[in-house]
Design a protein around this ligand. Structure first.
Ligand code: 3EB
Length: 317
C-alpha cells in the first residue's frame, strides 16, 4: 500500500470539562482530573493522577472507526476493535517491593497477555509513576523503572520496541500504571536522526537504557510520536532555559515526523511541563511551532531527567 493512500483508522481527541463519559468507539481514554467512574464500567477512563496546568479536567480519547469490546483478564483491563487493542495494568508497587520489580511484573504480564491475543504487536505505551526523580544516581526511581522494564520485556529485539512516554505523577498514588495500544499487524519503528536511539544511550544515564522507539508508524499510516524532549545526540540541551528547550523539542518533533514519512497533522498534542507557572507561554510556543488547530494540553508534572523542563508528544494522522 502506498502510504499516501493509507486508510487512517485511529484518531485522538482531547475534550475539556467535568463529564467523563466515553463514546462507544473509544479504545482508550485517559482522564486528567475529574472524578472516577464506577469500577464496574468497562469503558471507564484511566485515572492518570495527572492534572492540567489550568486546573480544569480533561479527557483524552483514542477513537477507532468501530465499536469496541471491553473486558478484563487477570490484571489486564482491555478493549479491542478494528485490529487494535488497548490494555491497562495498574500495580501496587508495595506488593512487589518497589518500582523496579513492579515494572518487571507489569511488562511481563503485558507480554503474557499479548501472546494470547491476535493484537499482539506492541505499538505505543504510556508509563505513569510516582516520584520519578526521587533517589540519586542509579537509585533514581526512573532508572530503577528502566531496569525492571528491561527485565519484563525479556529478549524482545530492540527493533520491536514500542513508542513510549514515561512521566512522573505529582501526587503519590503507590501505583505503577502501564497503558498500551497494540495491533494485529506490527508497526514500523521510526528513529530521529538528531538523537541517539534511546535503547543505545551510554551508561551515564543508568544501568539499563530506556526501552522505546522514538516513533511508531502504523500500517494504516498514522505515526505515534513518543514523548520528546530537548535531547540532541544523547545529551540534554539548554539546561535552565525553558524557551530554548521547547524550541529544541519542536525541532526534534519536526525531524521525527519527517523521518516517519511526513504524513498527517499533529493531533492530541500533549506537553508535560515541570513548572505549571510557564504553561501559557509554552502553550503559545507549541501551538505556533506545530501549527495545530487545537490548543495543546499542558500537564504539570515531572520528567525523567532532572534537567529536562518539558516533554511533548502527539499522533500524526
Ligand atoms: C528521552 O528522550 C526523554 O523511558 O519510556 C521520553 C519518552 C523519555 C519515553 C521512556 C523516556 C521514555 O530520553 C525521556
Amino acid at each position: 500500500m502506498r502510504p499516501e493512500a493509507a486508510a487512517r483508522q485511529l484518531r485522538v481527541e482531547i475534550t475539556r470539562g467535568a463529564r467523563l463519559e466515553v463514546p462507544a468507539d473509544v479504545l482508550l481514554a485517559f482522564a486528567y482530573g475529574g472524578s472516577p467512574a464506577e469500577e464496574t464500567d468497562p469503558s471507564r477512563p484511566v485515572m492518570t493522577g495527572l492534572s492540567v496546568a489550568d486546573g480544569a479536567p480533561a479527557l483524552e480519547l483514542w477513537r477507532v472507526a468501530a465499536p469496541v469490546a471491553a473486558g478484563t483478564e487477570n490484571d489486564v483491563r482491555y478493549a479491542a476493535g478494528n485490529g487494535l487493542l488497548s490494555g491497562v495494568i495498574e500495580l501496587e508497587e508495595a506488593r512487589f517491593g518497589g518500582i523496579s520489580d513492579a515494572a518487571e511484573a507489569a511488562y511481563s504480564r503485558m507480554g503474557e497477555f499479548l501472546a494470547r491475543r491476535p493484537e499482539r504487536h506492541l505499538l505505543r505505551v504510556w508509563n505513569f509513576l510516582d516520584a520519578i526523580n526521587a533517589g540519586d544516581g542509579d537509585n533514581e526511581r526512573y532508572r530503577q523503572f528502566c531496569s525492571g522494564r528491561a527485565r519484563g520485556l525479556g529478549d524482545q529485539p530492540a527493533e520491536r520496541l514500542p513508542a513510549a512516554t514515561a512521566v512522573g505523577r505529582p501526587v503519590a498514588s503507590g501505583r505503577l500504571q502501564l497503558c498500551w495500544l497494540s495491533g494485529s499487524e506490527p508497526g514500523v519503528p521510526v528513529e530521529n536522526p538528531r538523537q541517539v536511539r534511546a535503547y543505545r544511550y551510554p551508561r551515564q544515564y543508568g544501568p539499563s537504557p530506556p526501552s522505546f522507539a522514538r516513533a511508531m508508524r502504523l500500517p494504516t499510516g498514522e505515526l505515534f510520536g513518543s514523548g520528546t524532549s530537548s535531547i540532541v545526540g544523547h545529551e540534554s540541551r539548554h539546561e535552565g532555559d525553558l524557551a530554548s528547550q521547547v524550541l529544541e523539542t519542536l525541532q526534534n518533533l519536526r525531524e521525527l515526523h519527517r523521518a516517519g514519512g511526513g504524513l498527517g497533522v499533529p493531533q492530541g498534542v500533549k506537553v508535560y511541563l515541570r513548572d505549571a507557572l510557564n504553561a501559557l507561554e509554552v502553550e503559545r510556543q507549541v501551538g505556533e511551532g506545530l501549527s495545530t488547530a487545537v490548543a495543546p494540553l499542558v500537564i504539570a508534572t515531572d520528567i525523567c531527567r532532572r534537567e529536562l523542563l518539558v516533554e511533548i508528544e502527539c499522533l500524526w494522522s
